[in-house]
Design a protein around this ligand. Sequence first.
Ligand code: IMP
Length: 181
Amino acid sequence: MHPDMEKILFSKVEIDEKVHELGNILSRDYVGKELLMVGILKGASVFLADLVRAMDIDVRIDFIAVSSYGTSSKSTGVVRILKDLDKSIELRHVLIVEDIVDTGLTLNYLLEILKARNPASVRICTLLDKPSRRGVNVPVDYNGFAIPDEFVVGYGLDYNEKYRHLPEIYVLKKEIYQYSK
Ligand code: IMP
């Protein structure tokens, strides 16, 4: 195990099973519809890449990059778009794909921005959810795993841009994020 990790939370096999489960549900729910899957950069890129390959309907993909104002530990819920979608989403069925929902503030704001662009529908799919941290009532339609309030990395998730490449999901050792800033 990587020396910065406290423990493994989800193995490659557990992630793979969950991604396939979600892929099957999404393929069923969106059959006959033109689905645009919107990955939130950078964290959701790994999940999105696996998720689309676990689906058996035609999908399109796009990415959006946002930064939330405030410090890294306190999200204000006001989001700045760093990279917008390439194309209009008007009258499209949009699925926002996120790595983790924490307070929900970022996603809630993004949801309002995308809804204002008049899509046919917009739903949210996240791999991880920390329900105990929720500050706003953001409607998560598809959720992989509910997890406790611990800082997790790997499978796209980072701390200071590190650990995204790890194939499993880990709980990061507290001393790494308490003293390394
Ligand atoms: P929210 O606005 O508080 O829901 O912030 C969600 C964002 O915070 C996610 O997209 C992640 O980038 C980041 N985040 C929250 N919890 C974790 C974690 O445990 N590990 C890595 N990133 C996290």
